[in-house]
Design a protein around this ligand. Sequence first.
Ligand code: HAS
Length: 548
Amino acid sequence: MPENHFRLEDRLTAWHVGIALGALFLGSWFGPLQVLEHAGINLYGKLAPGIQSYYQGLTLHGVLNALVWTTFFIVGFLTFATVQSLKAKLSIPWLNIAGFALMAVGLVMAAVPLLLNAASVLYTFYPPLGANPFFYIGLTLVVVGSWLEGYGLFFSLAAWRKAHPGARTPFIAFAAVLTMAMWQIASLGIAAEMLFLLIPWSLGLASGTDALLARTLFWFTGHPIVYFWLLPAYLSWYGMLPKQAGGKVFSDPLARLAFWLFLILSIPVGLHHQFADPGIPAAWKGVHAILTYAVTFPSLLTAFTVIASLELGGRARGGTGLFGWIATLPWRDPSFSAQAAALVIFALGGVGGIINASYNVNLVVHNTLWIVGHFHLTLGVAVTLSFIGITYWLIPRLSGNQLWSPRAANFQVWLWLAGMLPFSLSHHYIGIRYGIPRRTMLGAAPYLSPEWNPWLILAAIGGVLLWLSLMLYFVIVLGTVFASQKTAEPVEMPVAEALRDSEETPAWLDRWTPWLVATVILIAIAYGPPLLYLVRNADLSSPFLRVW
Ligand code: HAS
């Protein structure tokens, strides 16, 4: 294959990753500001009038780091992974180019009101908090752009399947396209919320909106979005990390089964974010709680399969004994160490998730700092640290330059953990012990108790270390792109072989229709009645409030 065969796809990926990194960089500055504010050092006053309040900073942090960094990185990475895995170019490239253009335009539209303090509605944008219409329209365009890019990947896979009748789809392309398919269905909730409720409301076309219906449509997308973030990391843990460790995929069928289960189970669980909301019948919350336990199952499969795959690598590298293989894994390779650390820490984040999902226990932790601890272990470590690990080979590939200082990169990974553990564990502890509310300017709260201080200070130290780790990361990224030597050969995407030939994987694990039908049926059962009830009783009386 000629060297520049994937030039367009590489460029498209580079643009997505570049914007994602820009968002991560900007968003990360607000993290320390928040924890420092909680610990009694309020630097927000010094940023006025540029940044006008703690809540504007919190919104920027959430939107840039949870929504923009993830979405842009994922779409770029999955495009790269699909074409490399199929060894085929995009079949309708203009679709992906148009999708990217729409995402970029949408981002600019949303960013302007965010920066002007006209959209300080936090990353969940619950009414009655109201934002400038451009914020909602911009975010909608980002989602629609990602749909177009998803279609680009579906058509590319369809063309490949047509050209290879009867062959099993390569695992990486399968996992990438499935992730985009899940996202297409999942994001219908937020699309409906934007089109029917928030955009007309913000344009003044409706005098009020229904806050509960809006929240329910939001969480239809809001929970599966966490699997939209997680599955690209899983794709790498299953399909790439074993190769980096010198091992093989322990079971190709189990890997595919885990992804199919995520397609079916990621969406009909959103009511577990609304256990405390009045107006939704408790029985339906119970159904979603049970389905949430079900969606932990593919993660448990993943824990087993990925660790078995790494064990194969550790043993192939000379490791012996029950745990001796762990020490022989390539911990000096920052791409490996970042992702392996992310995997290990996800065990803690997952346990926290199961606690959250338990209906009655949720009432203790809901809206407390515990939840902030939870999503920094999951989104902040399992996902973000994995993506950082991926960039440690992807950026050298895209730039054609060697990774600038692998030692510094490895240090960056451990610094991330050194910051995240005190940050996250203290948030968990004070959330459950004292019920301290999240999304609150605690430094100004009259009820702040001196008992909380040591933990808030510990969290602040963790937050500052996290920021330092990210700054080092950006030095490494810039060093790689602008100040590093060329690689002798283009860096190849790591592709792990399966222990048994993947052509032996049963054909039912490569058929889309039954799984898609099952997905739609389960969503209809779990969401149909409660949504119908809310739509029938919709009450468009919620005012449009701007409070900060
Ligand atoms: Fe969550 C709230 C439940 C996973 C992100 N979650 C959030 C929010 C975010 C978030 C951002 O049920 C806050 C939203 C907001 O702003 O309001 N979550 C779960 C459950 C899981 C889960 C059951 N969450 C995630 C992931 C996220 C994420 C993944 C981001 C990427 N979450 C909840 C609930 C709430 C919630 C409620 C609402 C709370 C409330 O009241 O507001 C599960 O998917 C977790 C399953 C995972 C496992 C772990 C598998 C372990 C693996 C690693 C094994 C490694 C080992 C070490 C054993 C069961 C794969 C081996 C050692 C070696 C050396 C090799």
